[in-house]
Ligand binder design. Structure first.
Ligand code: ADP
Length: 220
């Protein structure tokens, strides 16, 4: 019988317990699962491609049918080259749905025989993303339970050896919040306008970010 091969693509910067949860689920339903790290020169990553590859290799070693690779360019071309019949993606919340649907349908147009398979992680990881983990680390919060132990260690090492990687991005994030355009205030909603439109909106975004990150840092 033909072997089923699936590709699990992503940035994995860094790999989280959510990624591992999905790898474990995928490895049960496919004969072979290829964890494929996207080589994206435009996206600045915290961990180098080599670092991410080594972490994922160590983490997936216990599974007999998972291997780690890197790719660039069109996913459908890479999948064809690997003889894959499916792409595995994770759906956490409704917010993932729209983007994932768009990607899946575009990939189907490019390669009709390639199926996208969505899986849901354990509930505990449904709010977890690499981006959020990096933000927590940057702001000095605890990442316990969110990352495999090996990744937590590598993150601590990176913070000790390359603190500039964290500072730079933190500033960039602050800049992002400060420079983001405020949305139009919906008709009939006056409380934002009372507090002064743009400023109120920014204050709200900052408060939201602090809440999401569990950060105790006070507004400057
Ligand atoms: P991207 O770079 O596309 O934002 P990642 O590299 O973080 O995504 O993740 C790759 C894949 O893993 C995506 O399908 C994403 O939905 C999925 N994923 C990421 N975090 C989780 C999680 N906590 N639970 C389930 N799936 C996840």
């Amino acid at each position: 019988m033909k072997k089923s091969v699936a590709i699990y693509p992503g940035s994995f910067d860094p790999p989280t317990n959510g990624h591992l949860d999905l790898i474990a689920r995928g490895s049960k339903i496919f004969d072979e699962l290829v964890v494929a790290i996207l080589r994206n020169p435009e996206k600045e990553a915290l961990f180098t491609l080599g670092e991410r590859r080594r972490m994922l290799q160590a983490l997936t070693e216990p599974f007999g049918n998972v291997r780690v690779d890197t790719f660039e360019g069109l996913l459908v071309d890479y999948a064809r080259g690997q003889g894959a019949s499916a792409v595995l993606r994770g759906i956490r919340a409704i917010s993932d749905y729209e983007y994932e649907l768009q990607m899946a349908l575009m990939n189907r147009k490019l390669a009709p025989q390639l199926e996208t398979v969505f899986m849901m992680p354990a509930e505990a990881y449904s709010y977890l993303s690499s981006r959020l983990v990096k933000e927590i680390a940057r702001l000095g919060g605890s990442t316990t339970g969110l990352l495999p132990e090996l990744v937590e260690r590598r993150l601590r090492e990176k913070m000790a050896k390359e603190p500039h990687m964290f500072r730079l991005n933190q500033d960039a994030h602050r800049e992002e919040i400060n420079s983001a355009p405020p949305p139009a205030i919906p008709a009939g909603r006056t409380n934002g306008a009372k507090r002064g439109g743009q400023r109120a909106w920014r204050d709200d975004r900052r408060a939201e970010a602090r809440r999401a990150l569990g950060s105790t840092t006070k507004k400057k």
